[in-house]
Design a protein around this ligand. Structure first.
Ligand code: 13P
Ligand code: SF4
Length: 347
């Protein structure tokens, strides 16, 4: 039963003590988050993992790229485990290293040595290593502005991987015009742009988050009609039109804090992942809160980490047969750490 499983997890956690560390992303289910030693967004979890030198086992409740980042930032003696290997991220999978190498070759032909690559942390370790090798850095939704500004101090142009929406929304906020942005289509190996090629400052990789793309202009119209007084706040992984029509936008951490700061009695429609929206609703009974898409939008891969998988991972550790170890090879680690450190120094 659920209670038995919870009891087992509690017992193993108590037995292993500081040998075990469980980071949990805000989008994880409550049944898992209740056991997390730290809850945070992707940047916070990367920073916390980097600081924790005591834990022998890091059982990462999040998705594959987050566990990879934790492995890159921790020591060789620490073992990172992902409770379900199917917990990937469709956005990270949209930029593969071969496509990226091909794109880079073509972009060098078009623009010469004027481009710096930046990648959202929601990307594979190979992409982070590619970016690190070419002088670039990682970014997350909570420091994207700062990192894009930094990018422009290094080079005239930025290649932003793999989320076109976070890239476009950030560049727009910094005053880059839509006619100064192009989109790289990795399936057609083609640069898509409207104006003149000389004007291009930001090249957006054609990737997206399938969860945040579910929030639409139609949803905004419905909310505005039904609840005229309601404020709309969305994650910058949403499309440009959606972000533009919203009252506010920001990272997971920003959204949580915005609702915390809001006056009692105010009402909010939130455009982000379902588990987090549910938790915010639960934590703020004094405010009216709904999901911007009233169907709620779960991240199916985040949800693969559940109580049975968490327990299974922990029992494996106890029995000395750890499974689902996330190990980034030394060469990839060496370069991806450069990209991560360039961000962590500035974030
Ligand atoms: P943040 O945690 O950086 O807001 O990212 C959101 C996300 O989609 C994580 O997968
Ligand atoms: Fe990937 Fe989107 Fe899920 Fe985050 S919410 S893990 S970006 S698919």
């Amino acid at each position: 039963s659920k209670e038995e499983m919870e009891q087992r997890v509690r017992k193993i956690k108590a037995d292993l003590g500081t040998k075990l560390f469980i980071p949990g992303h805000h989008y994880q289910k409550d049944e898992v988050i209740q056991f997390a030693d730290a809850v945070g967004d992707s940047l916070q979890l990367a920073q916390i993992s980097a600081k924790n030198k005591a834990a022998e086992y890091i059982v990462f409740c999040g998705v594959h790229f987050m566990a990879e980042t934790a492995d890159i930032l921790t020591t060789d003696e620490q073992t990172v485990i992902l409770p379900d290997m199917r917990a990937g991220c469709s956005m990270a999978d949209m930029a593969d290293i071969h496509q990226t190498e091909r794109a880079w070759g073509k972009l060098q032909q078009l623009f010469g040595n004027t481009i710096i690559p930046l990648t959202y942390v929601n990307s594979t370790a190979s992409i982070k290593a590619f970016v690190g090798r070419h002088g670039g850095a990682t970014v997350t939704s909570s420091n994207a502005h700062k990192m894009v500004e930094w990018g422009f101090t290094q080079k005239e142009r930025i290649l932003f991987l793999p989320d076109q929406h976070l890239g476009r929304n950030t560049a727009c906020d910094l005053g880059v015009g839509l006619d100064e942005m192009a989109v790289w289509d990795p399936h057609k190996d083609e640069l898509i742009f409207d104006g003149s090629i000389e004007k291009i400052k930001v090249i957006l990789w054609k990737g997206h988050c399938s969860v945040h793309e579910n929030f639409t202009v139609e949803n905004i119209k419905e909310v505005r009609e039904q609840y005229p007084e309601m404020k709309i706040i969305v994650h910058p992984e949403c499309r440009r039109e959606v972000v533009e029509l919203s009252d506010d936008n920001g990272s997971t951490k920003y959204i949580i804090e915005a609702i915390q700061k809001a006056e009692p009695g105010t009402s909010w429609a939130i455009g982000t992942e379902m588990n987090l929206v549910k938790r915010i609703i639960h934590d703020h009974p004094d405010k009216k809160i709904i999901s911007l898409n009233q169907n709620m939008c779960p991240c199916l891969t985040m949800n693969r980490i559940d109580l049975p998988h968490l327990l299974w991972s922990l029992e494996n550790i106890v029995e000395g047969k750890e499974n689902n170890i996330i190990k980034v090879d030394a060469e990839t680690s060496k370069y991806s750490i450069l990209a991560l450190e360039r961000m962590l120094e500035r974030a």
